[in-house]
Design a protein around this ligand. Structure first.
Ligand code: MEV
Length: 440
C-alpha cells in the first residue's frame, strides 16, 4: 500500500519523479523516460516552467495554431490559438475567410469595470452600520494609497465602495461591494490587495467607533476576494451582411441558410441543453486565445457562463437577426483580461503571441477574444445547419485516429487523400486502414 508522503515539495525534481513513478506507475523506467522527453532542452525555459507551479515534473504540451485572415475593425489579424481539439483552428480560419470579403468583424468595448467584495457578518443595528460605513469610507481609501498609487498614475484605481445589506439572503450577511479600473492588468492581485486592506481597516476602525455596542464592534470578516463575474467588463463583436451575399449567386439558398442560422440561435436561447453545447463551441475559440495569451481561462469561463444565465435561465451568448434583408450575428461577453503582468511577461510563447497580435491593450485583446468566440460559433452552427458537424470534424480528427492505429507517414498520406472524397466515420477510417494494410 502507498503511504502518504511528507515534504514532497521539498524534494528535488529527480526525487519527486522517482517517488511518483515508483509508487504510481507499472513501468517506472518508461514513465521516467517519458516525463524527461517532455523537458525543454533549453535550461532557462525549463526552469521557468518548473517555477510556474509547485511540484513540476514535466511540461504538458498543447499545440499552438494560427487562424489567419481575421479582418477586425479594418485591420488584418492572425490569431494564435492553444487547443487540443482538432477542428477548432480550422473552423476559426474558415469563418475568418468567410467574413473577409463581407466587411469582417466589428467590435466595441461596452465597459471595463472589475469587481471585488469583502464579505462579513454583523449582528446589530443597521443604521449604526450605515453610519459607520460612511465615516470609515475615506479611511478605507487612504489606507490603500500605497497599493493604488501606481495604478492611479496610469489612470486606474478604485472606482467605488458600497455597503450592501445581504441579510435577506443570509442572516447577518453584509458586503463591501467594490468596483475597480485595472487598465491593462487583469487586476486580481491589485484588487485582492485592496480588499484585504479594506477588511483590515474596517475591522480595526469598528473597535473604536463610538456608536457601536460591544456586540456590534465584533464585525466578523469572512473573506475578501475579487469576483470573476464581471458583467460590466463587457465586449461586443458583430458580423453582418446582406442575406443575398451569404451563399454567393444563390438567393434562395442564402435565405434558407440565414433563416436556419437564426432558428438555431433562437433554439439555443430557449433550450439550456442546446445552449450549453452552443456556448461550448464559443468557448472553443475564447479559451484557445485566452490560453495562448497567458490569461486565466478558468476565470473567463466562470464569468461567461454566469453571464449566460444572467436572466434566470442558461441561454445563448450569441444572437442573430434578419432585418431589412441584412443578416446580423453578434456576441456579448464579459471578461477580465490582462496584457501586462502575470504570465504575459514571463512565458516566451505568450510574449510571441502578443507580438503576433500587435501587442494589444487589454481592451483590444478582449475584442480579439470575442471575435474568436463569435467566429467559432458561426463555423459550428453553419456546419450544424448545413452538412452536419461530423463531416468536417471527422476529417480533422482523421490524423488522431490514424496515429492511434499506428499508421506510418505513407499510410497517413494515402488515407488522408482517400477521405477527401469519402465520408470519414470512425469505423470507415479503421476499415480503410485495415484494408490498406492487407493489400500490402
Ligand atoms: C464541439 O467542440 C463544439 C460544437 O458542439 C458546438 C456546437 O454544437 O455549436 C460543434
Amino acid at each position: 500500500m502507498i503511504k502518504p508522503i511528507e515534504g514532497y515539495s521539498k524534494l528535488s525534481k529527480e526525487q519527486k519523479i522517482d517517488w511518483l513513478t515508483n509508487n504510481y506507475t507499472s513501468d517506472p523506467e518508461a514513465a521516467k523516460a517519458l516525463l524527461k522527453r517532455y523537458w525543454n532542452t533549453a535550461k532557462d525555459v525549463q526552469q521557468l516552467h518548473d517555477e510556474f507551479i509547485e511540484n513540476t515534473v514535466t511540461n504538458y504540451y498543447l499545440p499552438l495554431g494560427i487562424a489567419p485572415n481575421f479582418l477586425i475593425n479594418e485591420r488584418l489579424y492572425a490569431i494564435p490559438m492553444a487547443i487540443e481539439e482538432s477542428s477548432v483552428v480550422a473552423a476559426a480560419s474558415k469563418a475568418a475567410k468567410f467574413w473577409l470579403d463581407k466587411g469582417g468583424f466589428k467590435t466595441e468595448i461596452l465597459g471595463t469595470e472589475k469587481i471585488g467584495q469583502v464579505h462579513f457578518m454583523y449582528r446589530g443595528n443597521k443604521d449604526h452600520l450605515s453610519a459607520f460605513f460612511e465615516k470609515v469610507k475615506p479611511k478605507l481609501l487612504s489606507d490603500t494609497s500605497s497599493i493604488t498609487k501606481n495604478m492611479e498614475k496610469r489612470g486606474g484605481g478604485i472606482n467605488s465602495i458600497e455597503l450592501r445589506d445581504k441579510t435577506n439572503a443570509l442572516d447577518n450577511y453584509y458586503q463591501l461591494h467594490c468596483t475597480f479600473e485595472t487598465l491593462d492588468a487583469m487586476g486580481a492581485n491589485f484588487i485582492n490587495s485592496c480588499l484585504e486592506q479594506f477588511a483590515k481597516t474596517f475591522k480595526v476602525e469598528a473597535q473604536s467607533y463610538s456608536l457601536f455596542t460591544e456586540e456590534e464592534k465584533a464585525i466578523e470578516i469572512v473573506m475578501s476576494i475579487l469576483s470573476n463575474y464581471v458583467p460590466n467588463c463587457l465586449v461586443r463583436a458583430e458580423v453582418s451582411c446582406p442575406v443575398t451575399k451569404l451563399k454567393e449567386g444563390n438567393t434562395e439558398a442564402s435565405k434558407e441558410f440565414a433563416e436556419k442560422m437564426v432558428q438555431a440561435v433562437n433554439i439555443a436561447k430557449v433550450e439550456p441543453h442546446r445552449a450549453v453545447t452552443h456556448n461550448k463551441g464559443i468557448m472553443n475559440g475564447v479559451d484557445a486565445v485566452v490560453l495562448a495569451t497567458g490569461n486565466d481561462f478558468r476565470a473567463v469561463e466562470a464569468g461567461i457562463h454566469a453571464y449566460a444565465a444572467k436572466d434566470g435561465s442558461y441561454s445563448s451568448l450569441t444572437h442573430a437577426t434578419i432585418e431589412n434583408g441584412v443578416f446580423k450575428f453578434w456576441i456579448e461577453l464579459p471578461m477580465a483580461l490582462g496584457t501586462i503582468g502575470g504570465l504575459t511577461s514571463l512565458h516566451p510563447l505568450v510574449k510571441l503571441a502578443m507580438e503576433i497580435l500587435g501587442n494589444p491593450s487589454a481592451k483590444e485583446l478582449m475584442q480579439l477574444v470575442a471575435v474568436a468566440g463569435l467566429a467559432q460559433n458561426f463555423a459550428a452552427v453553419r456546419s450544424l445547419v448545413t452538412t452536419g458537424i461530423q463531416e468536417g470534424h471527422m476529417k480533422m480528427h482523421l490524423l488522431n485516429i490514424l496515429n492511434q492505429l499506428g499508421a506510418t507517414e505513407d499510410e497517413k498520406n494515402t488515407l488522408t487523400h482517400h477521405f477527401k472524397k469519402h465520408s470519414a466515420t470512425h469505423s470507415a477510417i479503421v476499415d480503410a486502414f485495415e484494408k490498406l494494410r492487407r493489400t500490402k
